[in-house]
Design a protein around this ligand. Structure first.
Ligand SMILES: N[C@@H](CCC(=O)N[C@@H](CS)C(=O)NCC(=O)O)C(=O)O
Length: 335
């Protein structure tokens, strides 16, 4: 369990390209370390909307760690303007860790001065030391996969030794081309940056489609971390990213051009542990501007979602029946 935060090696080259900084907090949960594995000690702050958060929600559910690592949702609104001294990051509607956090800034700065330069979710928090363990989703996935085996009801290893090379190679396509690729299109500051991001996105989508024409999952016939890392961004692609992050001509939708990828999305969505983590309705509210009325966001979602996907309200009812936390779609900031 010693993966470096190496996504920066896939940095784009065009002038004014969007550059995702390295994750700044990367400690490990490990036996004998400052953050020892324990049941009930760690908490995840996430949001149903955020694709990176969705990766860790997925694995927590697939491993059955609901009673081992607690989790709560942040609001869809952020406090203050990014890159200003007043920025406090995501609003915290409730803080089950008992520290009274009301913003991501509060969590990050809980027991030492961290500042506000990177206040991203997901956040893996150590209740005992009152400290953020990691804000690197790839690294959090590895910890969830192997640090809690003693308490995990599902012994499945989603990062098996024999497939690690293949999983990382797949990540070398999916991370720069799709996960970060949509952001490279959206947030690049020049036409070259957009073109570079768009070409990379299309190439990665074709690669994934051709892979899924040949196998049920990205690295063969077993579900692995490669699928967990790819699913959230592909799940959001047609409804959110295609509409919001791409310019005309936007290129085809997955549902029109990538049948094997859509079948794979549906295959994963049908796994109960995965379905309980999915809420595209909340995700549309999360991504579209906070000024857009909820009804308009819901309309985008209802019109663009796949026909096999239940409405958010149905998922919410199911989630309540299963005593899972409700989706947090609050927009109010009162703290
Ligand atoms: N740290 C993650 C990215 C996580 C991320 O960008 N999260 C977004 C939400 S989708 C966020 O929290 N943004 C708030 C901010 O940057 O202050 C990575 O590098 O892979």
């Amino acid at each position: 369990m010693d993966r470096e935060d190496d996504e920066t090696k896939y940095a784009p080259k065009a002038p004014e390209a969007f550059l995702r900084g390295p994750n700044q907090l990367q400690h490990w949960i490990q036996v004998g370390g400052a953050h020892a594995p324990a049941k009930g000690r760690y908490h995840l702050f996430i949001n149903y909307g955020c694709g990176w958060s969705h990766q860790v929600m997925l694995l927590r559910a697939l491993k059955g760690l609901e009673d081992v690592v607690s989790m709560s949702h942040l609001g869809v609104k952020r406090i203050g303007r990014m890159r200003t001294p007043e920025y406090r990051g995501w609003f915290v509607p409730e803080d089950p860790t008992g520290n009274g956090f009301c913003s991501a800034f509060g969590i990050y700065n809980s027991n030492h001065e961290y500042g506000s330069s990177q206040l991203t979710i997901p956040i893996l928090f150590d209740r005992e030391l009152k400290k953020v363990v990691s804000n690197d989703p790839a690294q959090i996935l590895l910890m969830l996969n192997s640090a809690f085996e003693e308490w995990a009801p599902t012994a499945v290893d989603f990062y098996p030794t024999g497939l690690q090379g293949e999983i990382e190679d797949m990540n070398g396509v999916v991370f720069p081309g799709i996960n970060d690729g949509v952001y490279r299109c959206w947030l690049g500051g020049s036409d070259e940056a957009y073109q570079e991001g768009f070409a990379g996105l299309q190439a990665a989508l074709s690669f994934v489609e051709s892979r899924l024409q040949k196998s049920s999952f990205l690295c063969g016939e077993e579900l692995t971390l490669a699928d967990v890392r790819a699913f959230p961004h592909l799940f959001r692609f047609d409804v959110i990213y295609h509409k919001m992050m791409l310019r005309e001509p936007r290129g085809p939708l997955l549902m029109d051009n990538c049948p094997a990828t859509v079948r794979w999305l549906q295959r994963l969505f049908e796994i109960p542990a995965i379905q309980q983590t999915c809420d595209l309705e909340v995700a549309t509210r999360f991504y579209f501007p906070a000024s857009m009325p909820d009804e308009e966001c819901d309309d985008i979602y209802a019109k663009a979602k796949y026909s096999w996907m239940p409405l958010g309200a149905e998922l919410e009812t199911k989630r309540r029946a299963e005593e899972l936390p409700e989706a947090s779609a609050r927009k109010d900031v009162d703290c």
